[in-house]
Design a protein around this ligand. Sequence first.
Ligand code: MN
Length: 516
Amino acid sequence: MVKPRTLKDILDAMSSKDAKDVALVTTAYDFAQKAHKDQKRYSGDPYFVHVAEVGYLLAGAGMCPEATTAGLLHDSIEDAGVKPLTIKDLFGEEVLTLVEGVTKLGTLRYRGMERHTESLRKLFAATAQDIRVLIIKLMDRLHNARTLGHVPKDEKRKRIALETLEIYAPIADRLGMSVVKNELEDAAFPFVYPKEYEKTKAVFTERKSENERRLEKTEHDMKREFAEAGLRSFRTEARIKGIYSLYQKLERKNWDVSKIYDMRALRVIFPTVAECYTALGIIHGHWRPVPGKIKDYIAFPKPNGYQSIHTTVYTGDGGALEIQLRTESMHHEALYGIASHLTYKEAQQAGLVQKIGSRGGLEWMRQFFPRRGKEKDSAPSMQQSRGPMGVPEWIKELGRAHQGVGKSDEYMDTLKTDFFSHRVFVFTPRGDVIDLPLEATPIDFAYAIHSDLGNKMSGARVNGKMVSLDTALHNGDMVEVITKASAHPSRKWQDIAKTNMAKKHIRAALAERKTP
Ligand code: MN
């Protein structure tokens, strides 16, 4: 039988050693243990194992004591019949809000699929108030995904696994929590696509020893080259690609294994950004880089905040290897993403960080495009433009998405097409970043900023050139909307628009024109 994480495990993982915080978490640990004492998991383990693990994961990701406490208590209302008032009295309003945010709806009003999507809606609405709710839910799902094999019914197991792949893993990805994303995917993959999983695993196993040898040899030579150049303070680690992520790549490359160089990658972590670039020079001086494989995500971070330099080099044995260069703080952020910033809450409250602007669009995205020359290791840029609760704008959108959307399946469609499909990030002339689904057009862009802008749109310029309104936008495009007082949406726009948000506004505008 699995033993629950001990209180000491959790306290050790916490960044705060403040007596008040320790007392809060200690009380919650004992309380949860008593509340769930008669319950068991499908595995036969005590139910408490689950909530203790969720608390531990939250503490380990650097979350605040209130979130860790809420993690320990997250199933106490729903599964152990604890009264909300009891939680409020013992742990305070803040913890109660978090626990209620992750609590599913009662079974009375909704059933089956309806209950399920309504619960998701509620989750996102609560998340829009406080992003910690979503992170607690992600850790809850992570432990449930790890123990999926114990879920007795095939159908239920598959439903949970599919939802994990389609909704929770992409959320973790959007929040930059790569550790969570990878583990969610790899836990769910075998249950959703068992055949593909076996096939991918076979490829991985077949290449394992060759890849290991290549990595070791390159690491050895690289350390020597660095030492000769006087680069001494760094550490290395092997990054092994997740099995689901490998599967997706194999699909993209038509299962041509020779085109995949990063099943195992070599990661080098330096104290400063300057050393990353010095190292890149040394590496390219010694090995020939594979053309088109050099990616500078330090100068151009990924939309979720990820920063590193990637390069792939020919290793002289007929193969190639990916090398990733980054600083410690980039490394920490790459693993825990947004969670690693919520510990800076105090800094925000102390007024150490200011809000940048407040005009429409996804203002929070600005934080992912740090100002040049300010890439100091100790100054993570992410927390700067967030409100007190740290809620990115797209999460608020999730909470609002249900307004005016009737049926559950329509809501799920909105979630999938508007939020979790691949995204493009484009700019307004002022440099604000607007986040849109793939294939989105200037029409979607205009409505994403404001319905009035969409309704008065007469044309659009992309990167300074006039384009037709059905042009698909690409990452990095600068889009300018041209308006005319007499302009109005046409019927055709409904087909051109990709986001449900734009379609909804166009429908409303057309209906309004009909009824004078
Ligand atoms: Mn749970």
